[in-house]
Design a protein around this ligand. Sequence first.
Ligand code: SF4
Length: 527
Amino acid sequence: APVATDLVEDLVKPYPVKVKRKRAKHITVNDPDEIPPIEANVRSTPGIITTRGCCYAGCKGVVLGPITDVIHIVHGPIGCSYYAWMTRRNQADVPESEQDFLKYCFSTDMTTNEIVFGGEKKLAQAVREAYEIFHPKAIDIFSTCPVGLIGDDVHAVAREARKELKIPVFAFSCEGYKGVSQSAGHHIANNGLFKNVVGTEELPAEAKTNPFRVNMLGEYNIGGDAFEIERLLNACGIQLVATFSGNAQLAELAHSQDANLNLIQCHRSINYMATMMETKYGIPWLKVNFIGAEATAKTLRKIARYFGDDELTARVEIVIAEELAKVEPVRQAVRARVEGRPVMLFVGGSRSHHYQSLFRDMGMPVVTAGYEFAHRDDYEGYQVASTIKVDADSRNIEELTVEADPEHYRARKSPEELERLKASVDIADYKGMMPEMAKGAMVVDDISHHELEQLIETYHPALVCSGIKDKYVVEKMGIPCKQLHNYDYGGPYAGFRGAVNFYQEIDRMVNSPVWGFIPTPWEKQSA
Ligand code: SF4
């Protein structure tokens, strides 16, 4: 294997001096025993071909967009709506009796007229029209780049509409230029959901009989992942109160404060919600991972340990045994065909870590990985979160001040119980990606096109995992590229059934004969 230390120097060599210095801080050689600091969540270098998106994408596209019975109106020119229209595969299974607006895209379609004279009137009219046609339970509004610049007050429009229509109408100032990536949008979305939705309803008494009540935070049901997680929780006798926000309806989120434990799948996009709910309502949170068969088993055991109930623990063990019995033969068969073949992972803000479990199941080493928009705590672990300095580019993202709710705060566990539990369950902690990566593996934050190309040439991986913008670039280099945002239109990959799907899919990709046909027969002859 190439020596990663020299690689850092090599990777940044072609850049101008200033860029070289800057990018070198985003690239590091891993050491799980002594995690090196990495620069993350700072602005991208202009012109470098980053894979990042914007704050609007993080707020509307990721966190709020999957809620099925709310009309999401995008206030802006048509592009932002159009490009985000059904392109993220957050699936839903909405009962016939309920409303589902997922297939639509709603826009105020701003034109020059609104830029010059302001767009508030058109927005108010759009909200009214949407209400008259669809009668939704709620409407939310998303600001795009020009909205902040021309000074439209989307929150005032929402306030007026709320009075007029008597339904929740709330707005998000998630202009695309805020922060440095999708990440700012997650934070803004968390704040808005927490202020306007969570705690506005109560879980009906008949739904409060099961003490093992959890919320799934940061699970967006891509390719049906949340369906599989729900199936497993049900089988174990754990009640899912709400999922933020795959296959979610507004009412679930509104009474999610009645759960007894928050489970975080995607730490980056929803950790704010978990800590705010802990402070206001007393709900502890656990970082979990339902990606990978071993990881799923570990997660279910962790939840059982938290609740500390013998019957639940026994049920969880039965489910794990039954499920693993089905997974094992497939895993062994695939492992024999893929073991030892190196993988590179460059995905948004959490999957580059989670999917390492699936590759571990198959014996495929991860030689290099990185995130588009994660922060240092996602790389290095939760303990560095308090030391991170917020820089000028992210300072305008609001930090809510939250206090214990005098009426609704209910400590789920006593401080002593929590302390005791901490010995066996990592409550309110996330270890990050780097401690689970091999020594000498490379970690690259906000990777550029040049860096990706050069890493592929250096490592000759059997597989690259990334997104749609990289996929065809990589495959033209003769290497399969698995999209880990949209799953190449497959899935689910979560839980036990998802693991089986994933093993088979990776086997098909890396062992496809097509890769052997790229050099022509006469090129092979002359070689
Ligand atoms: S950067 Fe601005 S214009 Fe582009 S998608 Fe985001 S909000 Fe829309």
